[in-house]
Design a protein around this ligand. Structure first.
Ligand code: C2E
Ligand code: CA
Ligand code: CA
Length: 780
């Protein structure tokens, strides 16, 4: 298991959403500390400025000391007389205020200074002069203030023109004023707009003002009288350097590098529009967002659906738009960056967690059936310390695969899983392999495993309807209990048990250390048969034989049955041949004979007088011990020997039969009847049977069943009956499955009929109930 999947596992236990929130909080803290907030804040303002771009009011205009003016005037710095001329011109044209973003702190030639001083005092308009702070030196962090000459100050106001850079190196904010050496100094823009604000506090310059809409004039045009008075009248003018060669340029967020004089103009426009709103710190909003996220996710955890995640971009959008609205309506400048960072991080974290969960989920799902797969089972095992595991191997899966389409295969596996789910912990069935379904045993079965597997077997037994087909999954279950710390061992041991069970035809098998020594079904049968007889797993069923002439059941055939606790019903065809060649068929046969004698006697006691045949393997005719034991059993019973028929299979070997003639005659002398079973399947023909010590022959079912359809078989049956009668044999027809067959046999003069049409083999009690008082003769 990778570290990643372990981590995701841990996360799942916590609930992925709360983990996403935690991730987002940590990421927000980290990104905030990394200094990303101002950039985002600025981006938001830039967007807002673009969307809400508007024209300046025009109240503030700029008089540019531009290159053209510099060239026209020729010398630099300008003589104070030129500034005086500007004041006089503008004032005469009706200017309201004339502000200088120009340094007048040092004296120049005396005459010029006096002219300027006079112009200031003569001006109709209010004159504002610039003061600015200057660092004493780069080694000294104290400032000194550069003030205009005393003579200029007398009739003017002093406005601070200092600007400062924000975290991104831009001039984005502006002050109301500064306290310098104990004196309060309003800023130029504050003076121009007559605004008051908290000293030392800044406001944001509204970048949405279109810079080009601020009226501007070249100083030389003013001096030359080229500007119409109406352009000046009533306006506030800021005079400042704009020529590149004069420096005094600053980087601003939206307009790039602009002359300082325009910064004052923009600040004044911001103030006059009342957009110098205060900034609301982002922390509070972040906390609210966080609280909402927690709340929302508590609600969301219950529900599923990806569209919920879209709420996040939506919330971010709402935050952005409302921050714009607040600013545009001059309510406040809200810091949304921390919240936006949080939301984006949350969105991404949730996406990552969810995606990893989805891929994890996909990795744990079986592609064909949608059932959880082996990885899912391993994950589930991790939550337990000890597990009881069942693996069901589907023995006939190859057949299923070849007969069913993929969808049909999925359907049959799903339907089986649904049935088995009742037995499984969490009702979860895992498809752990192509032909394997596995699960954990549900609690409460520990002491009832036998019953548990009987139930499982019953579920497995009934076929599933797949489209028009009815299919049965043949399941062999393996069971093992152990610590999950070594999960692969536990699962593979259980699989081994299931596989062994399949090999041995067991319905289920518990894993044990010596499981490998269990060789095959054959050995198991040989090992278990004696115990099975003793414990009653072996019992005898009886199938009725109908006397065709009278229409009454006057005989039965004893057919042995084995109900194995693990393997279910084992048909005689599966164990008789093994016992015949390698085991103790004598013991079994004597058991069947003994039980049958008891039953025949019991039936007679309740008025059902009936003869009964017992199958005797031809090999036993060579076994004198068996013969004498069988004869003595019959003789010791209170049954007439002629009520007992030994059926000997014709296919056994004709030679053996002939050799055994003497033995057969001995049996017949006691009174026991003899029947030649499965007649027609061996090499014998009736000519051989001439004078053979038998009382009846049983025509094999293969001829009888197909008689209605096959002329050859019909002729075989009718001629056999005819000739057998000539040789004084009674004739039994086996495999009579319908009324037509019975009526044909009647026509042919057959003596006895046996088959499902008359009755299936049932246990002695049912047999007695059914035939003790025969309701009516079953006439052909
Ligand atoms: P069998 O002696 O030929 O027994 C007849 C078989 O045909 C029985 O199968 C019976 O259930 C089945 N059968 C009866 N009527 C019908 C019918 O209408 N249609 C079809 N399709 N089948 C029918 P079962 O019980 O499975 O026995 C199989 C064989 O096992 C027997 O064949 C017999 O050879 C052997 N067997 C059964 N019990 C014993 C026993 O106690 N000792 C010995 N040595 N062999 C036995
Ligand atoms: Ca038989
Ligand atoms: Ca037979």
């Amino acid at each position: 298991m990778t570290i990643w999947s372990q981590m995701v596992g841990r996360i799942e236990k916590f609930g992925s959403h709360s983990i996403a929130i935690l991730f987002a909080v940590l990421a927000t803290i980290a990104l905030t500390m990394a200094g990303i907030v101002p950039a985002i804040e600025q981006t938001n303002r830039d967007l807002r400025s673009l969307v809400f771009e508007r024209a300046a009011s025009g109240q503030v205009a700029v008089v540019e000391m531009d290159s053209r003016s510099l060239k026209a005037i020729g010398s630099w710095p300008w003589s104070r007389k030129i500034h005086a001329d500007l004041i006089t011109r503008l004032s005469n044209d009706g200017a309201d205020q004339i502000a200088f973003d120009v340094d007048f702190s040092s004296a120049s030639e005396k005459a010029g200074d006096e002219i300027l001083s006079a112009a200031i005092s003569d001006a109709q308009a209010q004159v504002i002069l610039a003061t600015f702070l200057q660092l004493l030196s780069i080694h000294d962090s104290n400032y000194s203030e550069n003030l205009p000459l005393e003579m200029f100050q007398e009739n003017s106001l002093l406005g601070s023109v200092n600007v400062h850079l924000d975290a991104l190196g831009h001039v984005s904010q502006y002050d109301y004023g500064a306290r310098i050496a104990g004196k309060i100094r309003p800023t130029l823009a504050a003076l121009l707009t007559n605004s008051s604000g908290e000293i030392g506090k800044s406001f944001l310059i509204d970048q949405s003002i279109d810079l080009t809409s601020i009226p501007s004039f070249s100083a030389i045009d003013i001096l030359n009288g080229d500007v119409d008075a109406s352009q000046i009248n009533g306006r506030s003018l800021i005079i400042g350097a704009t020529a590149v060669e004069l420096g005094d340029r600053y980087t601003t967020p939206k307009n790039g590098v602009i002359p300082g004089v325009y910064i004052h103009a923009l600040a004044a426009e911001t103030l006059s529009a009342g957009r110098d709103v205060s900034t609301i710190d982002g922390t509070a909003l972040l906390l609210i967002t966080l609280a909402l996220a927690v709340l929302w996710w508590n609600i969301m955890t219950g529900s599923k659906g990806d569209q919920n995640r879209l709420v996040l971009p939506l919330v971010a959008m709402i935050l952005i738009l409302s921050s714009w609205g607040f600013f545009v309506y001059a309510l406040a400048e809200i810091e949304i960056a921390p919240s936006i960072i949080f939301i984006v991080c949350l969105f991404l974290a949730d996406l990552v967690v969810e995606t990893s969960r989805t891929t994890k989920r996909e990795r744990t799902i079986d592609g064909l059936t949608g059932l959880p797969n082996a990885i899912a089972m391993m994950n589930a095992a991790e939550k337990k310390t000890i597990a009881e595991v069942v693996v069901a191997e589907i023995a006939n899966f190859v057949e299923i695969e070849s007969m069913l389409s993929a969808e049909e295969q999925a359907a049959i596996l799903q339907s089986m899983a649904k049935r088995l789910a009742l037995l499984a912990d969490d009702e979860k069935i895992f498809r752990t392999g192509r032909n394997q379904l596995s699960w954990f045993v549900a609690k409460g079965y520990a002491n009832r495993l036998e019953e548990y597997f009987d139930t499982a077997a019953t579920f497995a037994l009934s076929p599933t309807q797949i489209g028009s087909k009815k299919m049965r999954l043949k399941l062999n279950l393996g069971y093992h209990e152990g610590p999950t710390s070594n999960w692969f061992q536990l699962l593979s041991d259980t699989t081994m048990a299931a596989h062994k069970a399949a090999q041995m035809n067991y319905r289920w098998l518990k894993y044990s250390n010596d499981i490998n020594q269990i060789v095959d079904e054959k050995l198991a049968i040989l090992n278990e048969i004696d115990q099975a007889i003793e414990s009653g797993q072996i019992w005898v069923a009886y199938q009725p034989k109908l006397d065709i002439a009278s229409g009454e059941v006057n005989a039965a055939e004893a057919l042995v049955r084995w109900d194995h606790p693990q393997r279910g019903k084992i048909g005689p065809d599966r164990f008789i041949p093994i016992l015949e060649t390698e085991g103790d068929i004598a013991n079994l046969t004597l058991h069947v004979l003994k039980v049958t004698l008891e039953n025949v006697q019991k039936w007679a006691a309740s008025g059902l007088y009936i003869s009964c045949s017992v199958n005797v393997s031809a090999a036993l005719l060579d076994d004198p011990k068996f013969i004498s034991a069988a004869i003595s059993l019959v003789q010791k019973s209170k049954i007439d020997p002629d009520k007992i028929i030994f059926e000997i299979t014709e296919t056994a070997a004709l030679d053996d039969l002939i050799k055994a003639k003497a033995v057969l005659e001995g049996i017949r002398q006691i009174g026991i009847k003899l029947s030649i079973d499965d007649y027609g399947t061996g090499q014998a023909n009736l000519a051989y049977m001439q004078g053979f010590p038998a009382d009846e022959i049983k025509i094999d079912q293969s001829f009888v069943k197909s008689m209605a359809r096959s002329d050859v078989d019909r002729v075989m049956v009718s001629s056999t009956i005819e000739m057998a009668h000539k040789m004084n044999f009674k004739v039994v027809a086996e495999g009579v499955e319908d009324a037509d067959c019975l009526s044909l046999l009647h026509q042919f003069g057959c003596d006895t009929a046996q088959g499902w049409h008359i009755g299936k083999p049932v246990d002695a009690i049912i047999f007695e109930e059914k035939w003790a008082s025969q309701p009516q003769a079953m006439r052909a």
